[in-house]
Design a protein around this ligand. Structure first.
Ligand SMILES: C[C@H](O)[C@H](O)[C@H]1CNC2=NC(N)=NC(=O)C2=N1
Length: 101
């Protein structure tokens, strides 16, 4: 099983991950993406879902119109692992391709 990151490793990883922060009171990371409209938000979710399914690592997320709130944590490990960092990176890359900072 993949290991939880130490608090220090988590902080170091987050420095390279634009927009992602630690969730208060839980070993998880979060980012809120705001897109141009619902089409773009849902396009982001579709592309991110393909990445998630391929790597068997899935986000907790909520969509309201053009906003997508994402929380990442590795349930099996009970906290943030390198798998969450990789998915967060992939989501940032997809969002950037869609013109989201
Ligand atoms: C059986 C299957 O590998 C697990 O349920 C996977 C699926 N997706 C998952 N996603 C996340 N975020 N954490 C997990 O621990 C996890 N486990």
């Amino acid at each position: 099983m993949v290991e939880r990151l130490t608090a220090e490793a988590r902080k170091t990883a987050l420095k390279e991950l634009s927009g992602w922060t630690e969730v208060a009171g839980r070993d998880a990371i979060e980012r809120t993406f705001v897109f141009k409209d619902f089409n773009e938000a849902f396009g982001f979710m579709g592309r991110a879902a393909l990445v998630a399914e391929k790597s068997d690592h899935h986000p907790e997320w909520r969509n309201v119109y053009k906003t997508v709130e994402v929380v990442l944590s590795t349930h099996d490990a009970g906290g943030v692992t390198q798998r969450d960092i990789e998915l967060a990176k992939a989501m940032n890359a997809i969002a950037a391709q869609l013109g989201h900072g």
